[in-house]
Design a protein around this ligand. Structure first.
Ligand code: ADP
Length: 641
């Protein structure tokens, strides 16, 4: 029988699994039980929709520890797998994509954090290789009369052969590794006590810890002792016992549950290796009757920013899972939420298409959205550090939400926003900003740029700070687009310090500038022509302290937004209307006037250099840097290059 090779990526992952020094090896059992439960869900669902006449009571998972042969067997009577399914389900890991993490670096992959990457790939089944040197899977698909055996001793490949099996379902036999220190030649060089996985008490405690909520009985043969009749002696006997309580955690009362129960449930159900940052457990009655258990992860899953990522909550109706990811239950801006909804109001046979229009589902979705918002607001109010952590990971999502819905979702979301503040030097909310606003302050000031340092060095920022106003620093691409959709907050308009409309001058100063601009009309007309289509206007400004020049945006599309759009695919780029502002108090003014009177050619060059300088301050790369360097060199040396 020729051995088949695992797909390359699977093989790498498998090697990692086998060699990993991941400390929670016991989770293999949770993974196998969860697969068994899914397989039974599938058959139960099939039975309900096709009237096969099976009842929930027909299903069970059986764990058998055979210490003599050193094997642990997990049997289910679920739907089973065909030969092709054995091949495609167990021969390939990481179906969804490429492995981006470095498998070459085993050192780095030894931490829990790195292992979390593995967990998210849905490699559940492969975790068996953490504790087993060999795995045999015997499976018979429901309704088929053939059964097949998939066997593998790890990364070197697997075989699939026909085998005998009486009933449908899957039986997974693990040849448990030897414990180090044992005489066995193949004992691995770690200090895990593998033998323990064959002990009843250990199995019992692992099942209780991770799989208590599984809605099918998980049974095992237990060794019990009882007193012999008419004697003081004890006798041992075997008895089949159910290890789990089978009550779905979301059906339990909150008061019965500890943080740990929720966290373990979350991790096992949603393949995460770290605890969630928040959870919502609710039971709602009224227009819609449902229980929901929703988690906000600490970190986004590895594929969160890829097209493959599918948002959604698991959907149950009266305890039967009818959909793995019901996207309609979550708005895009909360796509990071994981969890489930169980409602009696939905019919079992409902199709995806019908579900989309289901009134009941819409009501549930609205109510879930509200509870996520409230949970986040609560976190912001009471656990600021935690919220900041959340914001770092998922804040962009919320900002996108405001932008993508054209501001329609702003009511609920605007109070969740956070931006870095120039005066507080940390993230602040819009509400906090507005409370601090000065009496005469008209707008909420913001400045955009790549980083805080960069924004700090903008001349316009200095001017606004000098007036004693707080500025919000926008460093995410989406930020300015988001604020534009908001238009205002609490009736206060947003104003970019980089906008030509920024108006900080007193009436007197305005008059003065107006006059100066008028006096220099011809000079500025000439410079504007020299810069052709680059700027809309050239004029004096009072904003600048030390620098000679800056650029500001005149239209709805700001200079920063132009920069963001320039990075998007496509040829035709929208341009911002720019105004070149010259420092009215800078020595450059006299020089410009002098050139206007004596050397118009040189004035053209000056106009170009000033424009380039303004762009550089804004962090915009020059279209022709070599030309700029040539122009400056000419000024430095007097030699035309
Ligand atoms: P995941 O469960 O995340 O999809 P696994 O590697 O654990 O990943 O399992 C791969 C697939 O193998 C499952 O999606 C399922 O189709 C199939 N499978 C695993 N265990 C069983 C089982 N006990 N019965 C039927 N199918 C199973």
């Amino acid at each position: 029988m020729a051995k088949k090779q695992f797909k390359a990526e699977s093989k790498r992952l498998l090697e990692l699994m086998i060699n990993s020094i991941y400390t929670h090896k016991e989770i293999f059992l949770r993974e196998l039980i969860s697969n068994a439960s899914d397989a039974m869900d599938k058959l139960y669902f099939k039975s309900m929709t096709e009237n096969l006449g099976l009842s929930r009571a027909n299903f069970e998972i059986f764990i058998n520890a055979d210490s003599e042969n050193h094997t642990l067997t997990i049997t289910d009577n679920g739907i089973g797998m065909t030969k092709d399914e054995l091949e495609s389900n167990l021969g390939v890991i990481a179906k969804s994509g490429t492995l981006q993490f470095s498998a070459d670096n085993k050192e780095a992959l030894s931490s829990d954090e790195d292992m979390s990457v593995i967990g998210q790939f849905g490699v559940g089944f492969y975790s068996a290789f953490m504790v087993a040197s060999k795995v045999e899977v015997r499976s018979k698909f429901y309704g088929s009369d053939e059964a097949f055996l998939w066997a593998s001793s790890g990364a070197d490949g697997y075989t699939i052969t026909a085998c005998d099996k009486d009933s449908h379902g899957t039986e997974i036999k693990l040849y448990i590794k030897e414990t180090a220190g044992n005489d066995a030649p193949d004992a691995p060089g770690d200090d895990e006590n593998y033998e323990e996985f064959l002990l009843e008490y250990k199995i019992r405690s692992i099942v209780k810890k991770y799989s208590d909520y599984i809605r099918y009985p998980i049974k095992t043969e237990s060794l019990q002792r009882k007193k012999k009749e008419d004697s003081d002696e004890f006798e041992e006997f075997k008895e089949i016992q159910t290890l789990n309580s089978m009550v779905p955690i979301w059906k339990k009362n909150k008061s019965e549950l500890k943080d740990e129960d929720y966290n373990e449930f979350y991790k096992s159900k949603f393949h995460d290796f770290v605890d969630p940052i928040a959870r919502i457990h609710s039971k709602t009655e009224g227009t819609a009757t449902y229980s929901a258990l929703i988690f906000i992860p600490k970190k986004p899953p590895y594929d969160f920013y890829t097209k493959e990522y599918e948002k959604g909550l698991q959907l149950y109706t009266s305890g039967v899972m009818i959909m793995e990811k019901c996207g309609d239950l979550l708005p895009d801006y909360f796509s990071f939420a994981r969890g489930l909804v169980d409602s009696e109001d939905l019919s079992l046979n409902i199709s995806r298409e019908m579900l989309q229009h289901d009134r009941q589902l819409k009501i549930i979705a609205k109510s879930i959205e509200r509870s996520i918002k409230n949970e986040l607001k609560k976190m912001l109010a009471n656990e600021r550090d935690k919220y900041e952590e959340f914001w770092k990971e998922f804040g962009a999502q919320i900002k996108f939400g405001i932008y993508n819905t054209y501001g329609q979702a702003k009511e609920g979301l605007q109070d969740l926003l956070m931006f870095y503040s120039s005066s507080e030097e940390k993230n602040v909310t819009l509400e906090e900003y507005v409370i601090r606003m000065k009496e005469e302050q008209k707008s909420i000031y913001f400045a955009s740029g790549e980083s805080i340092t960069r924004i700090n060095s903008l001349p316009q920022v200095e001017a606004v700070k000098d007036k004693g106003y707080e500025i919000l620093y926008l460093t995410d691409h989406v930020d300015e687009f988001c604020l534009q959709m908001l238009v205002n907050y609490n009736e206060k308009m947003f104003m970019s310090v980089q906008s030509a409309d920024l108006d900080l001058e007193t009436e007197d100063e305005k008059e003065e500038i107006k006059k100066k601009n008028k006096d220099n009309k011809e000079l500025f007309e000439f410079m504007k022509d020299a810069l052709a289509d680059k700027v809309q206007d050239v004029r004096f400004s009072q904003k600048l302290k030390t620098l000679p020049v800056c650029v500001s945006g005149a239209g709805a599309l700001s200079v920063e937004m132009e920069k963001v759009l320039a990075q998007m695919p496509g040829d035709k780029k929208a341009k911002a209307d720019k105004i070149l502002e010259i420092n009215a108090n800078h020595a450059i003014c006299d020089k410009l006037q002098f050139l206007f009177d004596n050397d118009k050619e040189m004035l053209k060059t000056y106009a170009e250099i000033l424009y380039s300088q303004a762009m550089l301050i804004e962090g915009i790369s020059l279209e022709n840097p070599a030309e700029f360097v040539g122009q400056v060199a000419e000024l430095m040396t007097g030699v035309v290059v």
